[in-house]
Design a protein around this ligand. Structure first.
Ligand SMILES: Nc1ncnc2c1ncn2[C@@H]1O[C@H](COP(=O)(O)OP(=O)(O)OP(=O)(O)O)[C@@H](O)[C@H]1O
Ligand SMILES: [Mg+2]
Length: 496
């Protein structure tokens, strides 16, 4: 009976820890580490626009997952505590992937400014007229003189891709350039050469303020640069450690036990890295539930995390991850998977598991993925070729031979769709461009060893061989989504 209740306690504690960590790893997009100079720069620009009514524009540039969006969120969160964001400013968020043409962007701007009623059925001649009407509405409405508008343009490069006029950018930068209205335009992108995409008229109105965020330079000025591995290890500890509300309370009362330095370190980290209240309220989580976390249990858990961080297997796995990617989002997704696998029967994290998740995430079997992405027709051709190679002892095959095997199968199965020959040829050529099949080198040409049989023979008669191992095809067939049963059957029964 006593044992059962102990089990229950472990089960609830583990579930609480798991819940807490999941929120911390995935939902917290406000807490920001490092890059203090860049962050201050963004903070300064936004604050000056909102408080002093200045006009500014800037580009935030950095690779995927380096924290550009998080930086902006953290600045907005800080500003919301200092100024009356709701009344003094309007934040308009646009995304180049979503607002792919200016009309859609304008519609969204109007909606975010809550000016749909003011615009009504009004028709505007140009984009500029429409924008200036919106801005004038802001200036005249309300009792304050003017509201500042902060434009956040995510995926900025998509606003300047070819085939799209840059009217939106031109007009926004024009307002900031002429200081017509208090406005701050921040473009966020991962393309370092984005300036080259801008039209001349847009470029001339942009402030040329570039704020670069490089993942490896996450140090305070004057400090020695940290390696990516060190940063990842630190992030691992910070993200997986759980704060101890009771311990802090005890400390306040002066009744705390003497602590090891390691525990103190964790506490110092935790005071900074608990989930911000706005994140908890966004996720509709009641923070008081985490007070039920047991002191002893949390201490054991944190000690487990620290031992994990110093485990050689973990260091090796993280080193591998650093080699493949600097995207922290990927790292967080890996930690999320690890935490999700925790259960009352397995209340810990296994170093080997971390390693295997990293392997699966960053170094997947590309060929299997490639085969899985083929169309049914293309996969059928690969299967036809595999059978042909088995029958003819690995002799290379041309298109006609593959087609013959495929047609034989298609005729035998009335459910298989009849496909016109040019379509099949196109699918065959696609397989070649994906390098799933490779032309066979001509051995008789001594003058030009790089030449393939291709150049002299009609394309239907060029000889090809499979460039992917049979094991990969088997794996792909096994895991292919919605593969017709007869194709599956055909794969395993070559003679048909
Ligand atoms: N310096 C940092 N401090 C805190 N969290 C960070 C930091 N850098 C990255 N992250 C975390 O990594 C994840 C990805 O960050 P974020 O979405 O801000 O990247 P991004 O630069 O905007 O990427 P993208 O180019 O794909 O938009 C987030 O969960 C974020 O919390
Ligand atoms: Mg982003």
């Amino acid at each position: 009976m006593v044992e059962l209740s102990a089990e229950n306690v472990i089960s609830t504690q583990i579930k609480l820890i798991r819940k807490y960590l999941k929120f911390k790893i995935i939902e917290d997009n406000v807490s920001f580490r490092g890059h203090s100079q860049e962050r201050n720069h963004v903070y300064d620009l936004m604050k000056r626009s909102i408080v002093n009514g200045e006009s500014h524009s800037a580009l935030i540039i950095g690779p995927r997952g380096c924290g550009k969006t998080t930086l902006i969120n953290s600045v907005l969160s800080e500003l919301s505590k200092e100024v009356d964001l709701e009344n003094d400013a309007i934040i308009v968020k646009l995304n180049g992937l979503i607002h792919h043409d200016d009309k859609i962007a304008l519609k969204s701007i109007t909606a975010q400014m809550q000016l749909e009623n003011a615009v009504g059925d009004r028709v505007f001649g140009t984009f500029a007229e429409n924008l200036s009407f919106l801005l004038s509405c802001l200036q005249s409405s309300g009792n304050r003189s003017a509201k500042s508008v902060v434009f956040l343009l995510q995926e900025f490069h998509m606003f300047c891709k070819t085939g799209r006029t840059q009217t939106l950018l031109y007009n926004l930068f024009d307002v900031t350039h002429n200081k017509q209205a208090p406005m701050c335009v921040l473009g966020v992108t991962n393309q370092i050469d984005v300036m080259e995409l801008l039209e001349k008229r847009v470029k001339s109105r942009f402030s040329h303020r570039h704020i670069f965020i490089f993942p490896n330079e996450e140090t305070e000025p004057g400090a020695t640069p940290k390696s990516r591995l060190d940063t990842y290890t630190e992030v691992l500890v910070q993200l997986l450690c759980v704060p101890c509300a009771k311990r802090v309370e005890e400390k306040k009362k002066g009744r705390g036990r003497k602590k090891s330095t390691a525990t103190e370190e964790i506490e110092a980290d935790q005071s900074e890295l608990t989930i911000p209240p706005e994140v908890l309220s966004r996720c509709k989580v009641n923070p008081s539930q985490f007070k039920e976390l047991d002191l002893g249990f949390v201490e054991d858990w944190n000690a487990h995390v620290l031992s994990l961080a110093s485990d050689e297997r973990v260091t090796d796995a993280l080193e591998k991850l650093c080699y493949y990617t600097v995207n922290e989002q990927i790292f967080r997704n890996i930690l999320f998977q690890l935490v999700s696998q925790m259960s009352p029967s397995k209340p810990f994290i296994d170093a080997g598991e971390l390693d295997s998740i990293i392997d699966k995430t960053v170094a997947p079997e590309h060929r299997v993925k490639l085969l899985q992405s083929l169309s049914i027709l293309e996969l059928s051709l690969v299967i036809a070729m595999k059978h042909g190679l088995e029958i003819f002892d690995g002799q290379p095959m041309n298109f006609e031979m593959v087609l013959h095997r495929y047609t034989k199968f298609a005729n035998a199965n009335s459910s298989a769709q009849t496909v016109p020959r040019p379509v099949i040829l196109k699918a065959f050529e696609h397989l070649q461009s994906l390098e799933i099949i490779m032309p066979v080198r001509s051995t008789d040409s001594i003058y030009n060893p790089g030449e393939t049989t291709a150049s002299r023979v009609q394309k239907e008669y060029k000889l090809y061989t499979l460039a992917v191992p049979v094991d990969d095809i088997t794996e792909a067939v096994k895991t292919f989504k919605a593969l017709p049963t007869e194709i599956n059957h055909w794969y395993y029964n070559s003679v048909c």
